[in-house]
Design a protein around this ligand. Structure first.
Ligand code: NAD
Length: 424
């Protein structure tokens, strides 16, 4: 298929610095004292392990594995595990801090963590990935735990890896411990509603923001970048609520239909077409860059980081940006977007539906009980809506953007909790 190589990203930012620049602005607005600032700016624990794995051809290859616990002030730390060649300590540190803020914004009792293994899972057999996952879990057995640190899937990992992780951890403990990890297959204690949870949270955030901006969903036009888990569920659920999705995209290109793209058909096409939209004929093909600058009510970047940057920020024509992806707006583009008066529902708020339902999975595992999809959805919708309202109110109170307001809400919660708990 005709994969279009994404254009090089101008503002490709060091993720740690990008997170820190927002953390710094929010800390100043909040008047955070230096002591707490210093506690929160550095991760609580960083672990790096070396994992020798026997490959299928009999050779031994050594992989680097990482786990960073940024904070466990609010509770056990929570965060995904990424399998990718780009994994390195700086990135894992940034993503771990992001998780702290995300859990605090939606007010769930977790700290933040992240992990990863530098590897290319697409070039490994299922047996090699299984051995690597089990070796990583053994190496991290003292770090992980339902009351200590709870991993989840991220790029390059999914329910299959979480099942191996849960099994390996349970063997070390000598008993089944399914609450040590979330994102498991349903039969192993996964939660109903998890697959669509992030897209659903994006939908709730978008509708709540539209209410504030007095955009009628039945007249709203939306473009969505990225048609994977987050982008396709967000599109489907927004369409179900009356919105017109005029453009969608993936790595094969972007697809535009002014009258609205039939999302169920686009999903069915993608699923039959090896996971991509190339050849989708219910829309006109446009460039990925054009999708970002379309005149629409809402833009949902749900693909990757730094796609809204100083190259294109000036040309963004949406009234509202709802960040499904992590870090889709570079910190240098924040100012331009604010100047233009575009409201942003920031990543740590808008895509927190996934971690919220992960939390429900952990709660259900600990209760030894299963909730219906209806209960999961109702509770996560309420959490997402409440979080949006909290951040919105803070943005008015402090006269700051929604992004900085989200950081303020998160940092305020973590710092107040820290003060009660105290240090040594
Ligand atoms: P995914 O792999 O299922 O889908 C990614 C989609 O983006 C694919 O359609 C891919 O073709 C497309 N894409 C990648 N680069 C692109 C580009 N430059 N232009 C256009 N399309 C591009 O991934 P996902 O799980 O949907 O995650 C998407 C984003 O959301 C990531 O930033 C991820 O960190 C974030 N996120 C995901 C979850 C979750 O629960 N899955 C939770 C929180 C945040």
């Amino acid at each position: 298929m005709a994969y279009i190589e994404p254009a090089p990203i101008k503002d490709r930012e060091n993720p740690f610095e990008s997170m820190m620049s927002r953390f710094h602005i929010a800390s100043q607005a909040l008047g955070l004292d230096d002591e707490v600032y210093n506690v929160l700016k550095s991760p609580a624990k960083q672990v790096q392990v070396s994992l020798p794995i026997t490959m299928d051809d009999g050779s031994i290859k050594v992989f680097d594995g990482f786990r960073v616990i940024h904070s466990n002030i609010l509770g056990p730390s929570k965060g995904g595990i990424r399998y990718d060649m780009s994994v390195h300590m700086d990135e894992v540190k940034a993503l771990a801090a992001w998780m702290t803020w995300k859990c605090a914004v939606v007010d769930i009792p977790y700290g933040g963590a992240k992990g990863g293994i530098k590897c290319n899972p697409r070039q490994m057999s299922s047996g090699e990935i299984e051995r690597l996952t089990r070796a990583y879990t053994f190496a991290m057995a003292e770090i992980f735990g339902p009351d200590r640190d709870i991993p989840a899937p991220d790029m390059g990992t999914g329910p299959r890896e979480m099942a191996w992780l849960m099994d390996a951890y349970s063997r070390v403990q000598g008993m089944t411990v399914n609450s040590v990890v979330t994102g498991k297959p349903l039969v192993l204690g996964g939660s109903l509603g998890r697959a669509e949870a992030t897209g659903r949270g994006v939908m709730v955030s978008a509708l709540t923001a539209m209410e504030k901006l007095r955009i009628n969903p039945y007249q709203a036009s939306i473009s969505v970048q990225g048609f994977g888990n987050v982008g396709s569920y967000a599109s489907l659920l927004l369409e179900e609520r009356g919105c017109r999705i005029v453009a969608i995209s993936d790595l094969s290109g972007a697809y535009y239909n002014e009258k609205g793209i039939p999302i169920e058909e686009a999903i069915a096409f993608r699923d039959k077409n090896n996971g991509h939209l190339d050849g989708f004929d219910q829309a006109e093909k446009i460039s990925g860059e054009d999708l970002l600058t379309l005149k629409v009510d809402v833009l949902v970047p749900a693909a990757t980081e730094d796609v809204i940057n100083t190259d294109n920020a000036e040309n963004i024509n949406a009234r509202l940006i709802v960040e499904g992806a992590n870090g889709p707006t570079s910190s240098t583009a924040d100012g331009i977007i604010n100047e233009k008066g575009i409201m942003v529902a920031p990543d740590i708020l808008a895509n927190a539906g996934g971690v919220t339902v992960s939390y429900f999975e952990w709660v259900q595992n600990r209760l030894g009980y299963k909730w219906s999809a209806e209960r999961v959805n109702r509770r996560s919708d309420r959490i997402m809506k409440d979080a949006f309202e909290r951040v919105y109110k803070t943005s008015l109170e402090y006269k700051v953007s929604m992004r900085i307001a989200a950081y303020i809400v998160a940092i305020d919660k973590v710092s107040k909790t820290y003060k009660f708990r105290g240090g040594f």
